[in-house]
Design a protein around this ligand. Structure first.
Ligand code: HGA
Length: 611
């Protein structure tokens, strides 16, 4: 959330800052702004609305200078207005400009104190106190780096900050506590960003800041200090992204592009991880030996949103293949609950971005209690990836669409491999293990066939686009798929949608069934298929509109359905990976028909770095 970009070098800062914001806009799009240091001092431009509104303001009134900071906001404190847009100015003489990602929990007390000291506030944000604090510490001096370091101890909460001052031309100061920041190391130029995506077009060399670190960038140098431990020698990492990874490449939306990438991304998530000769999976980064993993008696998954649904598929698979008890927790609940975990519990967290604040909190709580912690994340080098004891990367490339799609199927792929691996450490036979590995190998081509049915899914979308509410139902492994289908629809089309275990329908949701309410059944052939057909009949008897995702050639389901969306015949353990795709496309087309902003849905943002 909230995109931050800072630049200092030999090129005009404004265009670099704005193009960086465009790459980060999916993280927040309430307002956008920048501050540059030009010959006439600090130049500030900020506007409520999208980055393009800021660009229009800049066309009319360019901001000069080769050093500056910028921000795209997802509001936590104060609505999306020009005044609340970042940067915020500190000191009554525009001494500093600050952009911030995070939440300052003691902002109200600081605001009263600073107001009493004569500082005038121009916004409703928590961020503005940071700007005034830094200005206060800077006083009449010109050591911004020191002033920022003296200000930070006053703050309670989380921050990723970028700061400039007209008294320190050419300098950008960054500070991190709980919100990510990364430095880009170019030739005679340095960048600072909340996400390496903004840096990638300029350099592949990056240094991730850790909590408690403060950085000073000038065109030729960067230095990092830890608030408690003093100067730090940074580790330089290399970004390893395909150049077109964040381009639309002719697709109408990132979400559609990412849906269509899934045959490749599922293959990438499997790559090098299947060992057919042993009928099992292998992982490079778990940092736990088979002996240690065999001692595990219980697995807890902690995650949020779509990742939580992927974890739920993991629960069904691991219980089925490895007979190991699994619990799936909302990370935001788990971190503050006093959940009794014994010493043979393994805690696994899932996060696409690797920066999700609640999931990071859950990880830290589990580590504090001394549990082994593992992570499944997409973003290499992210905070969760660094802090977990070991983990598994998704390798599905940057996901830009706010509604997660390819990360979900990559997570479910990893879950299937994990269940196979844990199963083979316990009771699963070689033959059964090999069958799972072979089933996974069928998935990419099955996904390609499902993607080819997009016109039929689009036609189904027209039938439900004006619904007020929709029910998604699935059993066993397809219950999490139903939840995910409902989440996709509500996220991007704003139609109210609920996911239920199919048989649970009778215990309440069936009261909602009428001819206007689409009932979407995820029901490929499997062990509970006959029972599901009974539930579909019950809805039909009440004149419900039935849309089903089923195995091609399943005439019994097709004849009960108003719309039948076929998927190839696949072994049950891999069906969720394929059955979710018609639901992703359905949500996409419904949102498109309704004219919704698919890649930037209302009130949402990617990479939820606030609690
Ligand atoms: N609290 C600040 C920044 C919000 C944020 O980090 N969102 O992700 C504000 O409301 O402007």
């Amino acid at each position: 959330m909230c995109g931050i970009v800072g630049y200092t070098g030999g090129n005009p800062a404004s265009s670099i800052l704005v193009s960086g914001l465009r790459r980060l806009e999916y993280r927040g799009y309430d307002s956008a702004g920048l501050a540059t240091l030009g010959e006439n001092g600090l130049e500030l431009r900020k506007r409520a609305g999208r980055v393009r509104v800021l660009e229009e303001a800049l066309e009319a009134n360019p901001a000069r200078g080769t050093c500056g900071i910028s921000h795209t906001r997802w509001a936590t404190h104060g609505p999306a207005t020009d005044a609340n847009a970042h940067p915020h100015l500190g000191g009554n003489a525009r001494a500093v400009a600050v952009v911030h990602n995070g939440v300052i929990e003691n902002y109200a007390a600081l605001r009263s104190e600073l107001t009493a000291q004569g500082y005038a506030f121009a916004s409703q944000t928590d961020t503005e106190v940071i700007a005034h604090l830094i200005a206060r510490e800077l006083g009449e001096g010109d050591d911004l780096y020191e002033a920022v370091q003296r200000s930070l101890p006053y703050l309670e909460g989380t921050y990723g900050l970028a700061v400039v001052s007209p008294r320190c031309p050419g300098q950008v100061i960054g500070a991190r506590f709980g919100s990510p920041l990364v430095v880009g190391l170019g030739e005679d130029e340095h960048l600072l960003a909340s996400d390496a995506l903004a840096i990638a077009p300029h350099t592949a060399n990056v240094a991730y800041l850790q909590d408690g670190e403060v950085v000073r960038l000038t065109p030729g140098k960067f230095e990092i200090r830890h608030q408690e431990h003093g100067p730090i020698t940074p580790r330089i990492d290399r970004l390893d992204w395909k150049p077109d990874a964040v381009e639309l490449g002719g697709h109408a939306h990132y979400m559609l592009k990412e849906i269509r990438e899934q045959p490749d991304t599922v293959m990438d998530a499997c790559r090098g991880r299947i060992r057919r000769a042993e009928g099992t999976a292998i992982f490079g980064g778990l940092n736990m030996s088979p002996r240690q993993l065999r001692r595990v008696r219980r697995v807890v998954f902690a995650a949020c949103g779509t990742s939580w649904h992927a974890a739920l598929v993991g629960e069904y698979l691991i219980e089925r293949l490895a007979h190991l008890p699994v619990e799936v927790e909302y990370a935001s609940e788990f971190r503050y609950r006093n959940a009794p975990l014994d010493d043979r519990t393994l805690v696994f967290v899932l996060s696409q971005s690797g920066e999700t604040a609640d999931t990071l909190g859950a990880l830290r709580e589990a580590k504090r209690q001394g549990h082994p912690t593992l992570a499944i994340v997409n973003t290499v080098g992210s905070t969760i990836a660094r802090e977990a004891d070991g983990g598994i990367y998704l390798h599905c490339g940057p996901e830009v669409g706010v509604a997660s799609t390819k990360a979900f199927t990559a997570q479910v792929t990893v879950m299937t491999l994990l269940a196979l691996y844990l199963g083979r450490l316990r009771h699963l036979s070689f033959t059964d293990g090999l069958a799972v590995a072979d089933a996974l190998a069928e998935v990419p081509s099955a996904l390609t066939s499902v993607l080819a049915t997009e016109p039929a899914i689009e036609a189904a979308a027209h039938r439900i686009a004006s619904a007020r509410s929709a029910l998604f139902m699935g059993r066993d492994l397809h219950f999490p798929v139903a939840l995910e289908g409902a989440l996709k629809l509500k996220e991007i089309s704003y139609i109210h949608a609920e996911g239920y275990p199919t048989a649970e329908m009778k215990h309440g949701p069936i009261a909602l069934v009428d001819s206007e309410t689409p009932c979407i059944f995820v029901a490929p052939r499997g062990s509970l298929h006959g029972k599901t057909l009974g539930n579909v009949e019950e809805v039909k008897a009440r004149h419900g509109m039935i849309i089903s995702v089923g195995t091609e050639g399943d005439e019994s389901l097709a004849s009960l359905s108003d719309v039948f969306l076929p998927i190839p015949d696949l072994p049950e353990v891999v069906q969720p990976l394929v059955a979710v795709v018609p639901l992703q496309l359905l949500a996409y087309h419904v949102a498109r028909i309704r004219g919704c902003d698919i890649d930037k849905p209302r009130n949402l943002a990617k990479s939820v770095t606030v609690e």
